[in-house]
Design a protein around this ligand. Structure first.
Ligand code: FES
Length: 133
């Protein structure tokens, strides 16, 4: 069964930003990539570094004239220990995407929050970032 945890207000993580939270004993990085939110387990599958503290970057591709161009800026995280890179949205490794990935969690932005069965929905001015584990 999926557990749902409200972790912060949407506005607390600006575009290009991140927030590392502890949810039910797990360290999870929440990322705002151009207004889309993603959650990654904060453990690198190589040797266990706190992956979500790594550098955000893009990928280098070639344009039509074979010149290098930077694409998908801010959509890739680079592990702070040995530099392995992962797609934030899918959790997949850039060099071995079929066999190596980081656990991801669905993220939703909830306009109303129901905390307990006997309470009433509460409207908020700012959307709430909610992780489903
Ligand atoms: S621990 Fe992340 S690349 Fe080695």
């Amino acid at each position: 069964m999926t557990e749902v945890h409200t972790v912060c207000r949407e506005g607390e993580i600006p575009r290009g930003g991140r927030n590392i939270v502890d949810v039910a004993g797990r360290s999870i990085g929440i990322f705002n990539v151009e207004g889309r939110f993603f959650a990654l387990k904060n453990v690198c599958p190589h040797q266990g570094a706190r992956l979500c503290e790594g550098t955000l970057k893009g990928v280098t591709a070639l344009d039509a004239d074979d010149r290098p161009v930077l694409e998908r800026e801010g959509e890739v995280i680079r592990c702070p220990w040995h530099g392995w890179e992962f797609d934030i949205a899918s959790g997949r490794s850039l060099f071995n995407p079929e066999r190596l990935r980081v656990k991801t969690y669905p993220v939703t932005i909830e306009e109303e929050v129901v905390k307990f069965a006997e309470t009433y929905p509460v409207s908020v001015e700012d959307g709430m970032v909610t992780v489903h584990i």
